[in-house]
Design a protein. Structure first.
Length: 158
């Protein structure tokens, strides 16, 4: 169900905001979109990972691919609805950033993930680092029944 809602949000986003972006597109809009995908997103990720012991390649990889999501689309649609035409330039910037993100991350995902995986495998496990875990078989998960324990509060006891 959430996948269907996500697709509907993307459809609404494209149908409503792309024409606005095309009308209000400026070179500065594209420049800010590029900055949003690089410095504006990667610098906070780098700062947040200080002290985590991550190497530079890992910080760059995480900074490039995350964090992101549908939130910016929802905020753009909410701004458009609440502010009307006054929000057109902000919506154009958000739309350009999201479209550039879809293209850049879509084209770079496979090659960068493969390169990062090879580099991580070659480096081997770090002392004190995470222990490799083998994946659980997917077949067995469908038959597994997990029941959470039932807790009763002190007030509900007779």
């Amino acid at each position: 169900m959430s996948g269907l809602v996500s697709l509907l949000v993307w459809l609404a986003f494209g149908a409503i905001t792309v024409p606005i972006m095309l009308e209000h597109s400026l070179p500065l809009t594209v420049a800010y979109a590029v900055l949003s995908l690089t410095v504006v997103r990667m610098l906070p990720v780098a700062l947040a990972s200080i002290g985590a012991g991550l190497d530079r390649k890992t910080v760059l990889f995480v900074g490039w691919f995350g964090p992101r999501g549908l939130a910016s689309l929802v905020f753009a649609l909410l701004a458009l609805e609440a502010l009307g035409p006054v929000s057109d330039q902000a919506v154009a910037v958000i739309t350009a950033t999201v479209l550039l993100s879809v293209l850049a991350h879509g084209f770079s995902a496979a090659p960068l993930a493969a390169r990062y995986g090879r580099a991580a495998a070659a480096a081997g496990p770090e002392p004190g680092g995470p222990v490799p875990v083998s994946p659980a078989p997917a077949r067995g998960l469908s038959r597994m029944h997990i029941h959470p324990p039932h807790f009763r509060s002190k007030r509900s006891r007779p």
